[in-house]
Design a protein around this ligand. Structure first.
Ligand SMILES: Cc1ncc(COP(=O)(O)O)c(C=O)c1O
Length: 459
């Protein structure tokens, strides 16, 4: 205990040392190796008996862990769909740790009200109806889980059942989707509906977007009283958008719940010319979005919106005498997976305060321009081919001459430490994906990547 007390007495110099290290890390990110391949490990050691104290423990971090950190928050980490962290969001996340609020119930802190305001700002940012209810989650996967929890609750209700209370039992539910993200399949597993039970809706030719005529036929043929459609607003490879207007209309007609996974695609709404991509999303019953992608707040932060707060509440409500303190205000523990919750609204609130709508419009527009620039370069290259048009922020391509496998080429590119790219599959063909969603990325970074692609294709 004396060690902890003495750490608290020395918190300022300790914090200054850590702050300096973090600021240096942030400033050096563009020069750092983009990824550290090969699964680096800390030294094998047993748990400390006495404890080193924070200063010496921090020295161990510098020695053992810092060298193994990737520059994934930097400008040329183009794998998966990865955001960086804005300066304001980073500082806010430090504040989150320092103030250590539990955003579970309102009544003892301003934190729940801040989450509420943050949700309202996000709705404004995305030009979504103010009536939607929202909650911050640990990521898009948890938001998809919430979407399916609500959807199955709705389907149960249609069959006179309260699934959250009584279990899924004999409820009949069919789930339709064309190109669900892997996390929606995981959400199917978690919600008891089965990872492999999604009914495949065909896609349009040359696209990952849903064929809505096929959806209509499937919905019309379905005998199931409970129906759920999982639509995509930005598929992870082709960045294709389902026709949400049409799908929403079909869902209304067939009383199906419409969940839209817009983990990164929702950000297209910041660009006026791209608003048609998500037209109709305002009719969705629930929507997934991610904060730690294009909003560039630190992990972990996802966003869930729904038109049906009462269904979310039924699906997630929790009660125990010791929790009954919420002074008749909605409690976030009744609107999500966790009871105790991190103050993840704080980085979102601060970054939105700091950069506003215009700041985010600029980030999204810049990233889209960078993706377009890379796609153009690939189209003109003798060595690479663009596998599908770049419609937002993801470029999908492959080497023309496939003597070396795509996997080998990816390894060579990633080993350079100059870029990090991840694989994909397009039309049955191995592909490379480059996803742009970091505020730091510049057109000069695209030039570096193009130069590297030219050099490494030869071997
Ligand atoms: C469309 C889509 N949905 C869901 C996810 C899962 O997001 P997370 O890793 O934040 O849980 C992703 C991640 O890439 C995604 O692109």
């Amino acid at each position: 205990m004396s060690q902890i007390k003495s750490d608290l007495e020395n918190i300022s110099p300790l914090a200054n040392a850590v702050t300096k290290w973090c600021c240096d890390f942030q400033q050096q990110l563009p020069q750092m190796p983009v990824a550290v391949l090969g699964n680096p490990q800390p030294e094998k050691a047993e748990l400390q008996q006495q404890g080193l104290g924070a200063e010496r423990a921090f020295a161990q971090f510098i020695q053992q862990i810092a060298p193994g950190l990737s520059g994934s928050a930097g400008p040329r980490y183009l794998g998966f769909v990865t955001g960086g962290v804005t300066p304001a969001a980073m500082l806010a996340d430090w504040i989150v740790a320092a103030i250590d609020q539990n955003v579970m119930v309102p009544g003892d802190s301003i934190s729940s009200a801040v989450e509420q305001q943050t949700i309202e700002w996000l709705l404004e940012l995305f030009s979504l109806p103010a009536e939607l209810t929202g909650t911050l989650t640990s990521g898009a996967t948890s938001a998809n889980i919430l979407g399916l929890l609500c959807a199955r609750q709705y389907c149960g209700d249609q069959q006179g059942m309260d699934i959250a209370r009584d279990g899924i039992g004999s409820a009949k539910i069919e789930v339709f989707s064309a190109c669900p993200h892997a996390s929606s399949k995981k959400a199917m597993a978690f919600t008891g509906m089965g990872r492999d039970s999604i009914i495949d809706v065909p896609t349009l030719a040359g696209s990952e977007a849903m064929d809505t005529v096929a959806l209509e036929n499937l919905l019309a043929a379905s005998k199931s009283p409970g129906k759920i459609v999982i639509a995509s607003a930005g598929t992870v490879t082709g960045t294709n958008f389902d026709d949400l207007q049409q799908i929403a209309q079909l869902c209304r007609q067939y009383q199906a719940w419409l969940h839209v996974d817009a983990a990164f695609g929702l950000f297209s709404r910041l660009i006026t010319e791209r608003l048609p991509l998500t037209a109709g999303i305002e009719h969705a019953d629930s929507i997934t979005c991610d904060g730690h992608k294009w909003l560039n707040v630190p992990y972990d932060c996802g966003i869930f919106f729904t038109k049906h707060p009462e269904i979310l509440q039924q699906a997630c409500s929790v009660s125990a005498p010791y929790l009954d303190v919420s002074i008749n205000l909605p409690a976030y523990m009744d609107r999500g997976i966790e009871n105790s919750r991190r103050f993840r609204a704080m980085p979102v609130w601060l970054t939105l305060q700091a950069y506003g709508r215009d700041g985010y419009k600029e980030i999204v527009a810049n990233n889209c321009n960078q993706a377009t620039a890379l796609a153009r370069w690939i189209e003109q290259s003798n060595d690479y081919q663009l596998l599908t048009p770049c419609s937002l922020n993801v470029v999908v391509f492959s080497p023309k001459n496939q003597q070396r496998s795509v996997k080998e080429l990816l390894n060579t590119l990633n080993q350079s430490g100059q870029v990090y790219l991840t694989p994909g599959m397009w039309d049955g063909q191995q592909a490379i994906r480059a996803a742009f969603s970091n505020w730091r990325t510049s057109i000069e970074d695209v030039e570096i990547v193009c130069e590297l692609l030219s050099q490494k294709v030869a071997g």
